[in-house]
Design a protein around this ligand. Structure first.
Ligand code: ATP
Ligand code: MG
Length: 321
């Protein structure tokens, strides 16, 4: 059996403040196999970006990684020295952020930024080679080479996102983390860009962690889906199995909220209420205050993630293998 390319083990992250820590990621374990596309979904604030940033150790303060391991190709990224980790970023693991404007340098042209990335990692022997490769990379994301001279602010949001993707793929990474890469775009541009990413993924075979609030899109793209609720992983399953046979009441509610998943009308009342504050999450199962089927046990004890099949697990007292 193949080894996972990425193995997140018991990872916890806290945002430390004067009022005490806020646990934004709570004992999360998740594996990705080489070439696998894993989707990560859950309501705003459940810890998706925190996990993505913890993997690459680019969490902004006051976040601290308070426990766990992130094994990438067998090496613990959390224990690696900064120099080794810098080489790993972009060369082996790349990330596309929600807003490419935050990731791009406003005072450098698109061409200079791509060339800088290539040169910094020894991937272009000369300035001319770097330019040629930059033009080729832009081509793979549907942008004409004459845009090499443009500054980020001269591009549309969709183009900037495409440049972000071109830079992420520049060094042929084995894992690409996409943190809501198209959220800021209109739906047509969003679909085009996601289709391009899917096509590139199929061609090159890199593994993907795909974070999105759009469950419909995720179920089309991902091989496996992980559902987060209030800093915890509550269900993980192959995409088809999740769509047809989700077991956690929260996942079932999310699926009902996305009409095209089941072809029915959208039911926005499917999950009443909103997620808890992570400063003081409810006792027991964190979802119990919103759960229609909660029993006393749910109010008292936090459920563990339990295996329900070869690749399916859920954390719910009412669900057993
Ligand atoms: N700078 C901060 N200080 C304190 N708490 C923070 C800070 N940034 C994030 N958090 C906490 O971390 C939690 C997780 O945030 P994160 O950005 O990972 O969520 P997310 O799932 O990516 O949400 P979204 O879908 O909105 O992008 C939030 O609920 C918030 O309480
Ligand atoms: Mg986020």
């Amino acid at each position: 059996m193949a080894e996972p390319i990425l193995s997140i083990r018991d990872l916890s992250v806290d945002y430390v403040s004067a009022d005490g820590p806020v646990r934004a990621l709570d004992h999360v374990s998740l594996d990705l196999m080489p070439g696998e596309v894993v989707g990560v979904a859950g309501e705003s604030g459940c810890g998706k970006s925190t996990m993505a940033q913890a993997i690459l150790r680019i969490l902004p303060p006051p976040a601290v990684i308070s426990g766990g391991q992130v094994l990438f190709e067998g090496r613990d990224l959390l224990a690696m020295d900064e120099g080794a980790l810098r080489r790993m970023r972009w060369e082996r693991i790349a990330m596309v952020f929600q807003s490419a404007m935050d990731a791009l340098n406003p005072v450098l042209t698109v061409g200079e930024q791509i060339a800088d990335t290539l040169r910094a990692h020894g991937a272009a022997p000369s300035g001319r080679a770097a330019r040629a490769r930059a033009a080729e990379l832009l081509g793979t994301v549907g942008i004409h080479a004459d845009r090499l001279e443009s500054f980020p602010h001269q591009l549309s949001g969709g183009m900037r996102q495409r440049v972000g993707i071109a830079i992420a793929l520049a060094l042929d990474p084995a894992l690409v983390i996409l943190d809501e890469p198209t959220t800021a775009l209109d739906v047509i541009v969003e679909r085009e860009i996601l289709e391009e990413i899917q096509e590139l993924q199929r061609k090159r075979g890199f593994a993907v962690m795909f974070i999105t609030h759009d469950l419909t899109r995720m179920l089309q793209f991902a091989n496996r889906v992980a559902i987060f609720y209030a800093a915890r992983l509550v269900e993980v399953a192959p995409a088809g199995e999740l769509r047809m046979a989700a077991r956690h009441p929260y996942t079932q509610g999310l699926l009902r909220a996305f009409p095209s998943v089941h072809g029915g009308d959208v039911d926005l009342s499917s999950i009443p209420g909103s997620p808890p504050s992570l400063r003081s999450p409810p006792r027991g199962c964190r979802f119990h205050p919103r759960c229609a089927v909660a029993v006393d046990l749910c109010r008292e004890r936090e459920p563990e993630l339990v295996a329900l099949g070869p690749a399916h697990a859920a954390a719910c007292h009412l669900v057993t293998g």
